[in-house]
Ligand binder design. Structure first.
Ligand code: SAH
Ligand code: SF4
Ligand code: F3S
Length: 466
């Protein structure tokens, strides 16, 4: 695998467009597709591009994967159970394919970039027709052409993960919200994490391309743009085009009503970004700032590049600038050698920071990462006990945070009718908390409305439109 970043040229994209036209011209058997997505927002966004390319080739989306002619699994390998889940579901489809032999099954995403994985699963599961890596996603038309016209099974992985591709079509599932990928890959090499190995090196898109995309989305009625990147604070490094806070400023100036981003690394959370939070009209008062552990010793072993004090200090500065900001986190328990004392420090930090909510994970060893060979694995029973304690504490804090919202008025971007109660509308407030509320006017989907909070559940708020 090469380490260099490759900008995919317009010629290469045009080449794929020709393959797409050829697929459209020869295709007689397959007409529908279904994409199954695992993992993070990057994968969701990639799946939107997969759908976009498939629709461009003339296929239409099928709701039910067992009735689709082409099924693509967009996989995640962040933890072992993510691999297991994806594989289990792929294998499950084998029986359907026996009854519908024309069905094409493809696998793409991060799992396919694990060393030797694509070759292994194609060898082991003859009913899988093709595999595509994260850096080669744009070659879907070519691969489908080979599979359909040549009747051959295909693999396109690991030539280079660090590609940057502009101009792929995409299908957006919601009218009011959209993702924009601003940078891809990661150079941080946290010792537990497989992402740098499967998503390639950090690379940023040109700010002009991002702003053009944002303007088109605004014209299309989009109210909220979520900027995506493994470490958005690194945006622009290397290319020297704009820094991340400068990009946020530019998006605010063009009038994006709501701006969010995922994910920001604590070590790179700059004073300029904090300043932008205070200044920006569009930037939502929410920050996902994964701490991973509250123990300095463990943070060091994780290669996170900050300690608990500097993390707390940054959170304090943020709250000074935006008192109502909601902070959320990711936390890993049972990292190799984690002692009871280390874990207590994580609990203590969680209590001090008081996150709105947190994603909690038991450490999962990933082959190829630095932590994989670390001694001091924590027994499963201890890991389970720790995560349960952590979850219980965070749940209590979440409840308290929700209670604190009673009587406050917040802005909610309306997504639709509440699934639980048809008389209510639902959406997210700036802090990214779900709010269900009553309103006289039901035609508010896609609008940002004021809601007064009157009640709360275990992780949602309830209120009345004002
Ligand atoms: N780029 C993001 C995170 C991407 S992965 C960031 O740096 O914040 C999402 C989360 O999965 C991580 O924050 C971490 O908490 C968790 N995670 C990653 N690798 C893991 C592993 N090997 N075992 C358990 N959890 C892991
Ligand atoms: Fe993984 Fe760390 Fe990169 Fe996030 S910053 S993707 S946790 S290596
Ligand atoms: Fe999973 Fe890949 Fe995202 S490993 S978490 S889908 S970047």
């Amino acid at each position: 695998m090469s380490n260099s970043i490759i900008n995919i040229s317009i010629e290469e994209i045009n080449q794929q467009k020709i393959y797409a036209q050829q697929v459209k011209a020869i295709e007689k058997v397959h007409s529908s597709y279904h994409v199954v997505t695992y993992g993070c927002q990057m994968n969701e966004h990639d799946s939107q591009k997969i759908s976009g390319m498939l629709e461009h080739m003339g296929f239409t989306m099928a709701e039910d994967r067992t009735k689709a002619d082409i099924v693509i699994f967009n996989t995640c390998c962040i933890r072992e159970n993510a691999n297991r889940r994806a594989l289990g579901n792929i294998i499950w489809l084998k029986e359907t394919k026996k009854k519908r032999p024309h069905m094409l099954i493809g696998v793409c995403g991060c799992m396919m970039e694990q060393k030797g994985m694509a070759e292994k699963i194609l060898k082991q599961y003859p009913f899988i027709d093709f595999a595509l890596g994260t850096g080669n996603l744009y070659k879907l038309p070519e691969i489908l052409y080979n599979v359909i016209a040549g009747d051959i099974r295909c693999i396109r992985v690991s030539e280079n993960q660090s590609t940057l591709v502009e101009g792929l079509p995409l299908v957006r599932p919601t009218r009011e919200k959209a993702y924009i990928s601003i940078m891809q890959g990661c150079n941080n090499f946290c010792s537990y994490c497989i992402v740098p190995y499967v998503r390639g090196r950090e690379r940023s898109r040109k700010s002009a391309d991002i702003l053009k995309e944002a303007e088109a989305l605004l014209k299309d009625g989009v109210k909220e743009i979520m900027l995506l990147g493994q470490n958005v604070n690194s945006y622009g490094k290397g290319t020297g085009d704009m820094t991340f806070p400068e990009l946020l400023r530019a998006l605010d100036i063009i009038g994006v009503p709501r701006i969010r981003f995922m994910t920001s690394h604590p070590k790179d959370l700059s004073p300029e970004l904090i300043e932008e939070y205070a200044k920006s009209k569009g930037l939502c008062g929410h920050l996902h700032l994964p701490v991973q552990s509250g123990s300095d010793r463990v943070l060091e072993l994780m290669n996170r590049g900050y300690d608990r004090e500097s993390y707390k200090h940054k959170v304090m500065e943020l709250r000074k600038a935006v008192p109502d900001i909601g902070i959320t986190s990711d936390i890993i328990v049972a990292f190799p050698t984690e002692t009871d004392e280390d874990f207590e420090q994580t609990l203590q930090l969680v209590k001090e920071i008081r996150y709105d909510s947190a994603f909690t994970f038991v450490y999962s060893p990933r082959a190829g990462t630095k932590a994989y060979n670390m001694k001091g694995k924590i027994p499963k029973e201890i890991a389970t006990e720790r995560i349960e304690r952590l979850i219980a504490i965070q749940e209590n804090i979440t409840k308290e945070v929700l209670k604190e919202q009673l009587g406050k008025t917040c802005n909610v971007l309306v997504e639709g009718v509440s699934r639980r109660d048809e008389t209510m509308l639902t959406g997210k407030n700036e802090r990214n908390i779900s709010v269900n509320f009553t309103a006289n006017n039901k035609n508010l989907v896609g609008e940002i409305v004021k809601v007064k909070i009157t009640d709360f559940g275990s992780n949602t708020l309830r209120g009345i439109g004002v």
